[in-house]
Structure formats: C-alpha cells, structure tokens
Design a protein around this ligand. Structure first.
Ligand code: PAF
Length: 286
C-alpha cells in the first residue's frame, strides 16, 4: 500500500486510475479502526481495483471541542492493520488539518428535515461538517464507490442526499452494522469506555433487540416510551433520544404500517461517552 498525506501526491497516484477502466473505492474514516471499518474495506477490496482509505479526524463535524480532543487517535496501529489488509496498489490518505482546510470552509448544505432531528438536533452543525469533508474527499478522489456503515444511518441517508445536491458521480454503498459478540455495535468510541461502562453498554443493543419483539404488542409511541424508561432505569445510562422512524425520510412513525422500512434509532450517554445504534423494526422491502 502507498501512504500519502498531501493532496498533490494523492492526485499523482490516482491519475492512471482515472484514465483506465479501474474502479476506485473510497472508505472515509476517522481512524481508530475496528471490525466495522474492516468490513467496509473488505467490501471495497472485492469491488474495486484501487481502494483508498482516508484517516482524518475532521474538526468541522465536532460541535464540542472536548469530544474532538478526546476522540481516539491511533495512526500507527491503524497503519499496521491496513498494511496486512491492503494491496500494493491501494492507498492510505492521512492529511493534516491544513491540507484539508487551507481556509475556513464556509459552505452550508441544505438537507431539509434530515439534519434537524436525532443526531442533527443534538449535535448542531455536525452533518454540515461531515458533508464538508466528504464532498472535499469526493471532489479530490472522484471515487466510483464510497463505503459507509449503517450504524450511522442518518449520516448515510444525508450523504446520499449530498450526492444529489452536488451532482456527484460517486455511488454510496451502505454496509451492515458489525456487532461484538454481546450485541454492542462496533464504534471507535467503544475504546473510550471503562470496563464497567463497556458492560453496561450492552443494555443499549439488548433494548433494541427486545424492541423488535415488543412491537407485536405495542404501538410505536408506546414502544418508544417503554424503551426510554427501561434504559433510563439504569443509573449509568441516559437516553438522549430514541426515535422510531421510517428508513427513507427519517420521519417518526405512528403505526407499524406507515412504512415498509422502520428503524429504532438511539443515542445514549454513558458518563461522558455518547453511543449511537439503530435496529430495523420493520423490513418489508426484502
Ligand atoms: O463516519 C465517520 O467516521 C465520519 O463521519 C466520516 C464519514 C469519515 C467523515 O469524517
């Protein structure tokens, strides 16, 4: 694999791929790689002759400077993992902040309702920052495909909308959530949990799995209330939101017949760590 930190060097490496029939697959990450990232990279490797993994903790998507400072940074561990996984022709792009933001990015994207709810409501400006960095990466790399995990469902739907807004030729590929053996969704933030918090964190996914069973007895509104009360009854956990939404517009549903695809989406605080997860409660699409 090749490692570059400058846009100029990246462009030189990509030039032959842009000319030929090769497909370029991009896996954007903020590092601290885990099995979830690896599943995206493995899919990209199957589907593209050149895979590019970017590692960049993007400051514009953090609305809290403490969260940005505490975000795990593991460049040398990440590079060791990637060295075993990537091929000779694949690329790791690790830019510095000044390389991606030589000047302040003043662009504001309009995602309508999509960034006003859930993560968008609790992390003002977060999705605008994600859109800034992802659009910069797409403009620079011109990937045929870009791979994102369904754990960040709202991000995934917003990034599909971003490609419509910007007229990008990149196809967004969504990849299933990867869970630990006890059900906890893999996340770089899990590395920040203490042993006790890590144990308590399984209550989040377990509540979502039980929600899928309880939906036979309860309306979405009652189920929402019951799951919030259940998680909040644990003194270590505090629900920031739990919303039962359709899988297209992310609008809250009032009946299980409202949409062929319905998700329960949750954010929970464990001490200072915030974890998100989601689970399909209705899937009549397949
Ligand atoms: O999902 C992430 O890790 C980040 O939001 C992304 C897409 C790499 C943009 O910084």
């Amino acid at each position: 694999m090749k490692i570059v930190s400058k846009k100029r060097d990246l462009v030189n490496l990509l030039k032959p791929c842009w000319k030929g029939p090769d497909k370029i697959g991009l896996v954007p990450t903020m590092g601290a790689l885990h099995q979830g990232h690896l599943s995206l990279i493995l899919k990209a490797l199957q589907e593209n002759s050149c895979v590019l993994v970017s590692i960049f903790v993007n400051p514009t998507q953090f609305n809290d400077s403490e969260d940005l400072n505490n975000y795990p940074r593991k460049n040398s561990e990440d590079l060791a993992i990637l060295k075993d996984l990537l091929r000779q022709e694949d690329i790791v792009f690790i830019p510095e902040e000044a390389e991606m933001y030589p000047e302040r990015d003043m662009r504001r994207f309009d995602f309508g309702h999509l960034d006003k709810i859930m993560e968008g409501a609790h992390r003002p400006g977060h999705f605008n920052g994600v859109a800034q960095i992802v659009s910069k990466l797409f403009d620079l790399i011109k990937p045929d495909f870009a791979y994102f995990g369904e754990k960040d469902l709202q991000q995934l739907i917003i990034l599909k909308k971003l490609t419509d807004i910007t007229g990008s030729n990149t196809t967004i590929i969504s990849c299933p959530i990867i869970r630990d053996n006890d059900g906890l969704a893999m996340s770089s933030r899990n590395q920040l949990l203490s042993k006790t918090e890590r144990k308590e964190a399984t209550n989040i996914s377990q509540a979502l799995f039980d929600a899928a069973k309880l939906k036979k007895q309860l309306s979405p509104i009652k189920l929402r209330e019951s799951i919030i009360n259940r998680i909040n009854s644990n003194p270590e956990l505090e629900v920031e939101y739990f919303e039962i939404v359709d899988g297209f517009e992310l609008k809250p549903v009032s009946s299980w017949e409202s949409s062929p695809l319905i998700y329960g989406c949750i954010a929970v605080k464990l001490g200072s760590i915030r974890l998100i997860d989601n689970y399909k409660l209705v899937n009549k699409k397949d």
